[in-house]
Design a protein around this ligand. Structure first.
Ligand SMILES: Nc1ncnc2c1ncn2[C@@H]1O[C@H](COP(=O)(O)OP(=O)(O)OP(=O)(O)O)[C@@H](O)[C@H]1O
Ligand SMILES: [Mg+2]
Length: 477
Protein backbone atom coordinates (compact mmCIF):
# COMPACT_ATOMS: atom_id res chain seq x y z
CA UNK A 1 0.00 0.00 0.00
CA UNK A 2 1.42 3.39 -1.02
CA UNK A 3 0.94 5.80 1.90
CA UNK A 4 3.61 8.41 1.31
CA UNK A 5 2.50 11.84 0.15
CA UNK A 6 -1.11 11.75 1.36
CA UNK A 7 -0.43 14.84 3.47
CA UNK A 8 1.36 16.67 0.70
CA UNK A 9 -1.34 15.81 -1.85
CA UNK A 10 -4.13 17.08 0.41
CA UNK A 11 -2.05 20.17 1.19
CA UNK A 12 -1.43 20.86 -2.50
CA UNK A 13 -5.13 20.44 -3.30
CA UNK A 14 -6.11 22.80 -0.46
CA UNK A 15 -3.52 25.37 -1.56
CA UNK A 16 -4.66 25.14 -5.17
CA UNK A 17 -8.29 25.64 -4.05
CA UNK A 18 -7.34 28.64 -1.89
CA UNK A 19 -5.33 30.21 -4.68
CA UNK A 20 -8.19 29.60 -7.11
CA UNK A 21 -10.70 31.07 -4.65
CA UNK A 22 -8.48 34.14 -4.09
CA UNK A 23 -8.04 34.67 -7.83
CA UNK A 24 -11.84 34.45 -8.37
CA UNK A 25 -12.33 36.86 -5.46
CA UNK A 26 -9.77 39.24 -6.98
CA UNK A 27 -11.55 39.13 -10.36
CA UNK A 28 -14.95 39.78 -8.74
CA UNK A 29 -13.67 42.56 -6.47
CA UNK A 30 -11.79 44.20 -9.34
CA UNK A 31 -15.19 44.66 -11.12
CA UNK A 32 -16.72 46.49 -8.11
CA UNK A 33 -14.76 49.66 -8.89
CA UNK A 34 -16.42 50.03 -12.29
CA UNK A 35 -19.89 49.41 -10.81
CA UNK A 36 -19.62 51.74 -7.82
CA UNK A 37 -17.24 54.39 -9.20
CA UNK A 38 -17.66 54.55 -12.96
CA UNK A 39 -15.71 57.89 -13.30
CA UNK A 40 -12.67 57.59 -15.50
CA UNK A 41 -10.24 58.05 -12.71
CA UNK A 42 -7.53 55.63 -13.74
CA UNK A 43 -5.20 56.53 -10.91
CA UNK A 44 -7.93 55.82 -8.37
CA UNK A 45 -8.76 52.58 -10.10
CA UNK A 46 -5.11 51.51 -10.02
CA UNK A 47 -4.89 52.29 -6.33
CA UNK A 48 -8.08 50.37 -5.72
CA UNK A 49 -6.68 47.33 -7.62
CA UNK A 50 -3.39 47.54 -5.77
CA UNK A 51 -5.26 47.71 -2.49
CA UNK A 52 -7.42 44.63 -3.15
CA UNK A 53 -4.40 42.74 -4.55
CA UNK A 54 -2.37 43.42 -1.42
CA UNK A 55 -5.33 42.60 0.87
CA UNK A 56 -6.10 39.39 -1.02
CA UNK A 57 -2.43 38.38 -1.09
CA UNK A 58 -2.22 38.87 2.68
CA UNK A 59 -5.49 36.93 3.06
CA UNK A 60 -4.09 34.19 0.85
CA UNK A 61 -0.84 33.88 2.79
CA UNK A 62 -2.58 33.88 6.20
CA UNK A 63 -5.20 31.34 5.07
CA UNK A 64 -2.53 29.13 3.44
CA UNK A 65 -0.61 29.11 6.70
CA UNK A 66 -3.68 28.30 8.83
CA UNK A 67 -5.09 25.69 6.44
CA UNK A 68 -1.74 23.92 6.11
CA UNK A 69 -1.29 23.82 9.88
CA UNK A 70 -4.78 22.38 10.39
CA UNK A 71 -4.46 19.88 7.55
CA UNK A 72 -0.98 18.82 8.68
CA UNK A 73 -2.31 18.20 12.19
CA UNK A 74 -5.05 15.87 10.88
CA UNK A 75 -3.43 14.13 7.95
CA UNK A 76 0.06 13.42 9.34
CA UNK A 77 -1.13 10.73 11.86
CA UNK A 78 -3.27 9.11 9.13
CA UNK A 79 -0.21 8.95 6.90
CA UNK A 80 1.82 7.44 9.73
CA UNK A 81 -0.88 4.87 10.55
CA UNK A 82 -1.19 3.91 6.90
CA UNK A 83 2.57 3.44 6.75
CA UNK A 84 2.56 1.18 9.86
CA UNK A 85 -0.42 -0.81 8.55
CA UNK A 86 1.45 -1.31 5.27
CA UNK A 87 4.53 -2.64 7.12
CA UNK A 88 2.37 -5.00 9.18
CA UNK A 89 0.76 -6.31 6.01
CA UNK A 90 4.26 -7.04 4.68
CA UNK A 91 5.08 -9.04 7.84
CA UNK A 92 7.22 -6.45 9.62
CA UNK A 93 5.73 -6.79 13.09
CA UNK A 94 8.37 -4.54 14.65
CA UNK A 95 6.66 -1.45 13.20
CA UNK A 96 4.83 0.72 15.76
CA UNK A 97 2.60 3.82 15.43
CA UNK A 98 3.32 6.76 17.75
CA UNK A 99 0.31 7.25 20.00
CA UNK A 100 -0.11 11.00 20.37
CA UNK A 101 -2.49 12.07 23.12
CA UNK A 102 -3.51 15.15 21.12
CA UNK A 103 -4.32 13.08 18.08
CA UNK A 104 -7.91 11.97 17.61
CA UNK A 105 -6.47 8.80 16.06
CA UNK A 106 -4.78 7.76 19.32
CA UNK A 107 -7.10 4.81 19.94
CA UNK A 108 -6.69 3.59 16.34
CA UNK A 109 -2.91 3.82 16.73
CA UNK A 110 -2.92 1.86 19.98
CA UNK A 111 -5.15 -0.83 18.38
CA UNK A 112 -2.71 -1.11 15.47
CA UNK A 113 0.16 -1.38 17.98
CA UNK A 114 -1.67 -4.18 19.80
CA UNK A 115 -2.08 -6.05 16.52
CA UNK A 116 1.62 -5.50 15.81
CA UNK A 117 2.59 -6.79 19.24
CA UNK A 118 0.40 -9.89 18.92
CA UNK A 119 1.86 -10.49 15.46
CA UNK A 120 5.37 -10.11 16.83
CA UNK A 121 4.69 -12.61 19.62
CA UNK A 122 3.22 -15.11 17.14
CA UNK A 123 6.24 -14.60 14.94
CA UNK A 124 8.61 -15.33 17.88
CA UNK A 125 6.65 -18.48 18.81
CA UNK A 126 6.70 -19.59 15.19
CA UNK A 127 10.44 -18.97 14.92
CA UNK A 128 11.02 -20.98 18.10
CA UNK A 129 8.89 -23.84 16.81
CA UNK A 130 10.73 -23.76 13.50
CA UNK A 131 14.06 -23.82 15.31
CA UNK A 132 12.90 -26.69 17.52
CA UNK A 133 11.67 -28.68 14.53
CA UNK A 134 14.97 -28.06 12.72
CA UNK A 135 16.98 -29.27 15.74
CA UNK A 136 14.75 -32.33 16.02
CA UNK A 137 15.08 -33.17 12.33
CA UNK A 138 18.85 -32.69 12.42
CA UNK A 139 19.40 -34.73 15.55
CA UNK A 140 17.35 -37.85 14.81
CA UNK A 141 20.43 -39.59 13.43
CA UNK A 142 18.57 -41.07 10.45
CA UNK A 143 18.27 -39.63 6.95
CA UNK A 144 15.03 -37.75 6.52
CA UNK A 145 13.40 -36.46 3.34
CA UNK A 146 10.10 -34.62 2.96
CA UNK A 147 8.39 -34.39 -0.41
CA UNK A 148 5.56 -32.13 -1.46
CA UNK A 149 2.40 -33.30 -3.21
CA UNK A 150 4.03 -33.05 -6.63
CA UNK A 151 7.00 -35.17 -5.55
CA UNK A 152 9.38 -32.23 -5.19
CA UNK A 153 11.84 -32.08 -2.31
CA UNK A 154 10.63 -29.76 0.46
CA UNK A 155 13.09 -30.59 3.19
CA UNK A 156 16.02 -32.85 4.03
CA UNK A 157 18.31 -33.18 6.99
CA UNK A 158 22.11 -33.20 7.17
CA UNK A 159 22.34 -36.99 7.55
CA UNK A 160 20.38 -37.42 4.30
CA UNK A 161 22.58 -34.91 2.49
CA UNK A 162 25.68 -36.74 3.73
CA UNK A 163 24.41 -40.23 2.92
CA UNK A 164 23.29 -39.36 -0.60
CA UNK A 165 26.07 -36.85 -1.36
CA UNK A 166 23.77 -33.92 -1.97
CA UNK A 167 22.80 -30.67 -0.26
CA UNK A 168 19.57 -28.86 0.59
CA UNK A 169 20.37 -26.01 -1.76
CA UNK A 170 20.99 -28.46 -4.63
CA UNK A 171 17.90 -30.58 -4.09
CA UNK A 172 15.06 -28.52 -2.62
CA UNK A 173 12.52 -27.83 -5.36
CA UNK A 174 13.73 -30.73 -7.53
CA UNK A 175 11.81 -33.95 -8.14
CA UNK A 176 12.78 -36.92 -5.96
CA UNK A 177 13.87 -38.65 -9.17
CA UNK A 178 16.58 -36.07 -9.77
CA UNK A 179 18.46 -36.24 -6.48
CA UNK A 180 20.30 -39.52 -6.94
CA UNK A 181 18.24 -41.85 -4.74
CA UNK A 182 18.78 -45.59 -5.22
CA UNK A 183 16.19 -47.13 -7.62
CA UNK A 184 14.64 -49.21 -4.79
CA UNK A 185 14.01 -46.08 -2.73
CA UNK A 186 12.51 -44.29 -5.76
CA UNK A 187 10.19 -47.24 -6.33
CA UNK A 188 9.11 -47.20 -2.68
CA UNK A 189 8.34 -43.46 -2.88
CA UNK A 190 6.32 -44.05 -6.02
CA UNK A 191 4.36 -46.80 -4.25
CA UNK A 192 3.59 -44.46 -1.34
CA UNK A 193 2.35 -41.81 -3.80
CA UNK A 194 0.19 -44.31 -5.65
CA UNK A 195 -1.30 -46.12 -2.67
CA UNK A 196 -1.24 -43.31 -0.07
CA UNK A 197 -0.19 -46.04 2.36
CA UNK A 198 2.88 -46.59 4.55
CA UNK A 199 5.62 -48.64 2.82
CA UNK A 200 8.77 -50.04 4.39
CA UNK A 201 11.67 -51.89 2.77
CA UNK A 202 15.34 -52.64 3.48
CA UNK A 203 17.79 -51.49 0.80
CA UNK A 204 21.52 -51.93 0.33
CA UNK A 205 23.98 -49.22 -0.72
CA UNK A 206 27.70 -49.00 -1.27
CA UNK A 207 29.33 -46.17 0.74
CA UNK A 208 33.08 -45.68 0.18
CA UNK A 209 33.23 -49.31 -0.92
CA UNK A 210 31.53 -50.54 2.29
CA UNK A 211 28.01 -52.04 2.08
CA UNK A 212 25.43 -50.03 4.03
CA UNK A 213 22.00 -51.46 4.88
CA UNK A 214 19.16 -48.99 5.21
CA UNK A 215 15.56 -49.54 6.21
CA UNK A 216 13.45 -47.14 4.12
CA UNK A 217 10.17 -46.04 5.68
CA UNK A 218 7.83 -43.93 3.56
CA UNK A 219 4.56 -42.53 4.90
CA UNK A 220 1.98 -40.09 3.52
CA UNK A 221 1.68 -36.81 5.39
CA UNK A 222 -1.96 -35.92 5.97
CA UNK A 223 -2.84 -32.41 7.18
CA UNK A 224 -5.13 -31.58 10.11
CA UNK A 225 -8.12 -31.29 7.81
CA UNK A 226 -7.43 -34.58 6.07
CA UNK A 227 -5.73 -32.99 3.10
CA UNK A 228 -2.77 -34.77 1.52
CA UNK A 229 0.43 -32.73 2.02
CA UNK A 230 3.08 -35.02 0.57
CA UNK A 231 5.19 -37.83 1.94
CA UNK A 232 7.94 -38.27 4.49
CA UNK A 233 10.75 -40.78 3.93
CA UNK A 234 13.09 -41.95 6.71
CA UNK A 235 16.23 -43.98 5.97
CA UNK A 236 17.32 -45.82 9.09
CA UNK A 237 20.83 -47.35 9.11
CA UNK A 238 20.49 -51.01 10.09
CA UNK A 239 24.01 -52.08 9.05
CA UNK A 240 24.99 -52.89 12.64
CA UNK A 241 21.91 -55.09 13.17
CA UNK A 242 22.51 -56.90 9.86
CA UNK A 243 26.17 -57.39 10.74
CA UNK A 244 25.28 -58.77 14.19
CA UNK A 245 22.80 -61.11 12.55
CA UNK A 246 25.51 -62.29 10.13
CA UNK A 247 27.97 -62.77 13.02
CA UNK A 248 25.37 -64.82 14.90
CA UNK A 249 24.70 -67.01 11.84
CA UNK A 250 28.45 -67.42 11.20
CA UNK A 251 28.99 -68.27 14.83
CA UNK A 252 26.39 -71.03 14.86
CA UNK A 253 27.73 -72.40 11.56
CA UNK A 254 31.32 -72.26 12.83
CA UNK A 255 30.58 -73.92 16.16
CA UNK A 256 28.66 -76.71 14.46
CA UNK A 257 31.44 -77.20 11.96
CA UNK A 258 34.18 -77.20 14.62
CA UNK A 259 32.26 -79.68 16.77
CA UNK A 260 31.36 -81.95 13.90
CA UNK A 261 34.94 -82.81 12.88
CA UNK A 262 36.15 -84.26 16.24
CA UNK A 263 32.76 -85.80 17.02
CA UNK A 264 32.63 -87.59 13.62
CA UNK A 265 36.17 -88.78 14.13
CA UNK A 266 35.53 -90.07 17.70
CA UNK A 267 32.31 -91.77 16.56
CA UNK A 268 34.03 -93.40 13.56
CA UNK A 269 36.98 -94.76 15.54
CA UNK A 270 34.78 -95.94 18.42
CA UNK A 271 32.56 -97.82 15.93
CA UNK A 272 35.60 -99.39 14.24
CA UNK A 273 36.88 -100.47 17.65
CA UNK A 274 33.56 -102.07 18.48
CA UNK A 275 33.43 -103.72 15.06
CA UNK A 276 36.50 -105.78 15.89
CA UNK A 277 39.52 -103.51 16.02
CA UNK A 278 39.52 -103.95 19.81
CA UNK A 279 40.91 -107.43 19.27
CA UNK A 280 44.03 -106.06 17.60
CA UNK A 281 45.86 -104.29 20.47
CA UNK A 282 48.22 -102.20 18.29
CA UNK A 283 45.45 -100.83 16.11
CA UNK A 284 43.20 -100.43 19.14
CA UNK A 285 45.87 -98.35 20.96
CA UNK A 286 46.34 -96.14 17.90
CA UNK A 287 42.58 -95.60 17.58
CA UNK A 288 42.16 -94.83 21.26
CA UNK A 289 45.05 -92.37 21.00
CA UNK A 290 43.21 -90.62 18.13
CA UNK A 291 39.99 -90.65 20.17
CA UNK A 292 41.90 -89.13 23.10
CA UNK A 293 43.41 -86.42 20.83
CA UNK A 294 40.04 -85.58 19.28
CA UNK A 295 38.31 -85.45 22.67
CA UNK A 296 41.09 -83.14 23.93
CA UNK A 297 40.34 -80.91 20.94
CA UNK A 298 36.65 -81.02 21.78
CA UNK A 299 37.45 -80.18 25.39
CA UNK A 300 39.61 -77.21 24.46
CA UNK A 301 36.97 -75.97 22.01
CA UNK A 302 34.19 -76.16 24.59
CA UNK A 303 36.30 -74.58 27.33
CA UNK A 304 37.42 -71.76 24.98
CA UNK A 305 33.78 -71.15 24.07
CA UNK A 306 32.77 -71.07 27.72
CA UNK A 307 35.69 -68.78 28.48
CA UNK A 308 34.70 -66.40 25.69
CA UNK A 309 31.04 -66.32 26.67
CA UNK A 310 32.07 -65.73 30.30
CA UNK A 311 34.22 -62.74 29.32
CA UNK A 312 31.40 -61.36 27.18
CA UNK A 313 28.91 -61.47 30.06
CA UNK A 314 27.99 -58.09 31.58
CA UNK A 315 28.81 -59.55 34.96
CA UNK A 316 32.42 -60.23 33.94
CA UNK A 317 34.87 -58.42 36.22
CA UNK A 318 38.61 -58.39 36.58
CA UNK A 319 40.42 -59.16 39.81
CA UNK A 320 42.46 -56.02 39.79
CA UNK A 321 45.63 -55.87 41.88
CA UNK A 322 49.18 -54.56 41.62
CA UNK A 323 50.86 -56.90 39.13
CA UNK A 324 54.48 -57.19 38.14
CA UNK A 325 54.32 -57.92 34.42
CA UNK A 326 57.94 -59.14 34.48
CA UNK A 327 57.05 -61.95 36.88
CA UNK A 328 54.08 -62.82 34.62
CA UNK A 329 56.52 -63.05 31.69
CA UNK A 330 58.73 -65.44 33.73
CA UNK A 331 55.71 -67.62 34.61
CA UNK A 332 54.52 -67.72 31.00
CA UNK A 333 58.02 -68.63 29.88
CA UNK A 334 57.84 -71.73 32.10
CA UNK A 335 54.43 -72.71 30.74
CA UNK A 336 55.57 -72.64 27.10
CA UNK A 337 59.10 -73.96 27.69
CA UNK A 338 58.15 -77.49 26.64
CA UNK A 339 56.72 -76.30 23.34
CA UNK A 340 59.76 -74.08 22.80
CA UNK A 341 62.08 -77.00 23.40
CA UNK A 342 60.14 -79.23 21.00
CA UNK A 343 60.67 -76.68 18.26
CA UNK A 344 64.20 -75.79 19.35
CA UNK A 345 63.20 -72.17 19.64
CA UNK A 346 64.76 -69.42 21.72
CA UNK A 347 62.83 -66.94 23.85
CA UNK A 348 64.44 -63.54 24.36
CA UNK A 349 63.01 -61.14 26.93
CA UNK A 350 63.65 -57.41 26.91
CA UNK A 351 62.07 -55.86 29.98
CA UNK A 352 62.93 -53.70 32.98
CA UNK A 353 63.64 -55.40 36.31
CA UNK A 354 60.12 -54.70 37.47
CA UNK A 355 57.02 -53.45 35.60
CA UNK A 356 54.16 -52.85 38.00
CA UNK A 357 50.70 -52.09 36.67
CA UNK A 358 47.13 -52.51 37.92
CA UNK A 359 45.51 -55.58 36.37
CA UNK A 360 44.24 -59.12 36.72
CA UNK A 361 47.36 -61.33 36.88
CA UNK A 362 45.54 -64.54 35.85
CA UNK A 363 43.98 -62.83 32.82
CA UNK A 364 47.21 -61.11 31.81
CA UNK A 365 48.95 -64.47 31.98
CA UNK A 366 46.23 -65.89 29.70
CA UNK A 367 46.87 -63.06 27.18
CA UNK A 368 50.61 -63.63 27.16
CA UNK A 369 50.41 -67.43 26.96
CA UNK A 370 47.97 -67.21 24.03
CA UNK A 371 50.26 -64.83 22.14
CA UNK A 372 53.32 -66.97 22.90
CA UNK A 373 51.50 -70.16 21.87
CA UNK A 374 50.69 -68.54 18.53
CA UNK A 375 54.22 -67.23 18.07
CA UNK A 376 55.54 -70.75 18.62
CA UNK A 377 52.83 -72.54 16.60
CA UNK A 378 53.22 -70.31 13.55
CA UNK A 379 57.04 -70.27 13.42
CA UNK A 380 59.62 -72.62 11.95
CA UNK A 381 61.95 -74.57 14.23
CA UNK A 382 65.08 -72.85 15.43
CA UNK A 383 63.70 -69.31 15.27
CA UNK A 384 63.52 -66.76 18.07
CA UNK A 385 60.51 -65.30 19.86
CA UNK A 386 61.02 -61.92 21.56
CA UNK A 387 58.97 -60.59 24.46
CA UNK A 388 59.26 -56.88 25.18
CA UNK A 389 57.89 -54.74 28.00
CA UNK A 390 58.32 -50.97 28.21
CA UNK A 391 56.47 -48.01 29.64
CA UNK A 392 55.08 -45.34 27.34
CA UNK A 393 53.27 -42.38 28.95
CA UNK A 394 50.58 -43.92 31.21
CA UNK A 395 50.74 -47.34 29.55
CA UNK A 396 52.78 -50.48 29.46
CA UNK A 397 53.49 -51.90 26.02
CA UNK A 398 53.82 -55.66 26.09
CA UNK A 399 54.93 -57.17 22.79
CA UNK A 400 55.45 -60.67 21.40
CA UNK A 401 57.42 -60.86 18.16
CA UNK A 402 58.24 -63.95 16.16
CA UNK A 403 60.18 -64.81 13.01
CA UNK A 404 57.37 -67.02 11.76
CA UNK A 405 55.16 -67.38 8.71
CA UNK A 406 53.58 -63.92 9.06
CA UNK A 407 50.04 -62.82 8.17
CA UNK A 408 48.84 -61.21 4.95
CA UNK A 409 47.92 -57.53 5.44
CA UNK A 410 44.29 -57.95 4.30
CA UNK A 411 43.74 -60.72 6.87
CA UNK A 412 44.97 -58.70 9.87
CA UNK A 413 41.67 -56.80 10.51
CA UNK A 414 39.79 -60.14 10.81
CA UNK A 415 42.33 -61.85 13.05
CA UNK A 416 40.42 -61.19 16.27
CA UNK A 417 37.13 -62.58 14.99
CA UNK A 418 35.95 -65.82 16.55
CA UNK A 419 37.03 -68.90 14.57
CA UNK A 420 39.00 -66.86 12.07
CA UNK A 421 42.12 -68.59 10.83
CA UNK A 422 44.58 -66.74 8.60
CA UNK A 423 46.26 -69.92 7.39
CA UNK A 424 43.60 -72.61 7.45
CA UNK A 425 45.80 -75.68 6.91
CA UNK A 426 48.48 -74.76 9.42
CA UNK A 427 46.06 -73.49 12.08
CA UNK A 428 44.13 -76.74 12.06
CA UNK A 429 47.40 -78.67 12.19
CA UNK A 430 48.37 -76.67 15.25
CA UNK A 431 45.20 -77.94 16.93
CA UNK A 432 43.92 -74.36 17.24
CA UNK A 433 40.25 -73.52 17.59
CA UNK A 434 40.58 -69.99 16.22
CA UNK A 435 39.27 -68.52 19.47
CA UNK A 436 42.61 -67.62 21.12
CA UNK A 437 42.97 -64.09 19.74
CA UNK A 438 39.26 -63.34 20.27
CA UNK A 439 39.76 -64.14 23.97
CA UNK A 440 42.99 -62.07 24.05
CA UNK A 441 41.26 -59.05 22.53
CA UNK A 442 38.36 -59.22 25.01
CA UNK A 443 40.73 -59.51 27.97
CA UNK A 444 42.93 -56.63 26.80
CA UNK A 445 39.86 -54.45 26.26
CA UNK A 446 38.51 -55.40 29.69
CA UNK A 447 41.75 -53.89 31.04
CA UNK A 448 41.06 -50.68 29.09
CA UNK A 449 43.88 -51.44 26.65
CA UNK A 450 44.16 -52.32 22.97
CA UNK A 451 46.05 -54.70 20.73
CA UNK A 452 47.92 -53.97 17.53
CA UNK A 453 49.48 -56.29 14.94
CA UNK A 454 52.32 -55.77 12.50
CA UNK A 455 53.28 -58.58 10.23
CA UNK A 456 55.16 -59.45 7.06
CA UNK A 457 54.52 -62.73 5.26
CA UNK A 458 57.55 -65.00 5.61
CA UNK A 459 59.32 -62.58 7.95
CA UNK A 460 57.29 -62.73 11.18
CA UNK A 461 54.64 -60.97 13.23
CA UNK A 462 54.60 -58.65 16.23
CA UNK A 463 51.56 -58.42 18.54
CA UNK A 464 51.71 -55.30 20.79
CA UNK A 465 49.35 -54.95 23.72
CA UNK A 466 48.93 -51.53 25.31
CA UNK A 467 47.78 -51.75 28.94
CA UNK A 468 47.02 -48.71 31.08
CA UNK A 469 49.15 -48.53 34.23
CA UNK A 470 46.11 -47.55 36.30
CA UNK A 471 42.66 -49.10 35.98
CA UNK A 472 39.82 -46.57 35.74
CA UNK A 473 37.11 -47.19 38.34
CA UNK A 474 39.07 -50.03 39.94
CA UNK A 475 41.02 -49.66 43.10
CA UNK A 476 44.00 -51.91 43.24
CA UNK A 477 44.02 -54.25 46.15
N1 LIG B 1 52.07 -65.20 15.45
C1 LIG B 1 51.32 -65.54 14.41
N2 LIG B 1 51.89 -65.73 13.19
C2 LIG B 1 51.16 -66.07 12.11
N3 LIG B 1 49.80 -66.26 12.13
C3 LIG B 1 49.19 -66.08 13.32
C4 LIG B 1 49.89 -65.71 14.51
N4 LIG B 1 49.00 -65.60 15.51
C5 LIG B 1 47.80 -65.89 14.99
N5 LIG B 1 47.91 -66.18 13.68
C6 LIG B 1 46.81 -66.52 12.74
O1 LIG B 1 45.63 -66.02 13.34
C7 LIG B 1 44.66 -67.06 13.47
C8 LIG B 1 43.86 -66.84 14.74
O2 LIG B 1 44.64 -67.06 15.87
P1 LIG B 1 43.98 -67.62 17.19
O3 LIG B 1 44.99 -67.66 18.22
O4 LIG B 1 42.77 -66.82 17.42
O5 LIG B 1 43.50 -69.05 16.73
P2 LIG B 1 44.30 -70.41 16.67
O6 LIG B 1 45.71 -70.18 17.06
O7 LIG B 1 44.05 -70.94 15.28
O8 LIG B 1 43.53 -71.29 17.72
P3 LIG B 1 43.53 -71.19 19.33
O9 LIG B 1 42.16 -70.78 19.63
O10 LIG B 1 43.83 -72.51 19.79
O11 LIG B 1 44.54 -70.15 19.68
C9 LIG B 1 45.48 -68.32 13.50
O12 LIG B 1 44.70 -69.39 13.04
C10 LIG B 1 46.63 -68.00 12.58
O13 LIG B 1 46.26 -68.27 11.24
MG1 LIG C 1 46.11 -69.34 18.97
Amino acid sequence: MKTEGHTSRILLTACAMLIGFTVVLWVVLSQFFNIFAPADDIALERRYLLFITVVLLLFLLVSLFIVSRILYHFTKPVDELALVAGKLAEGDFKARASVSEFSDLGSLASSINKIAQAGQETQVVRLMEKERLKTLIESIGSSLLMLGRGGTVNLMNGVFAQTFHTSSSDSVGKSYKEIGLPPDAEQLIENVFLSEQVHEQPIRLQKNGVPVHLNVYGAPVIGRHGNWLGIIVVFHDISKIIRLEEIRKDFVANVSHELRTPVTSIKGFAETLLDGALDQPDIAREFVRIIEKESARLHSLVSDLLELSGIEQHSFTLDVEQVDVVSIIREAEKLVSKRLEEKEMILAVEAPAKANIEGDSRRLMQVLVNLLANAIAYSKTGTTVRIGARFEADSLILSVADEGIGIEAEKIPRLFERFYRADLARSRDSGGTGLGLAIVKHLVEAHGGDIHVESKVGRGSEFSVRLPVHQAGNTAK
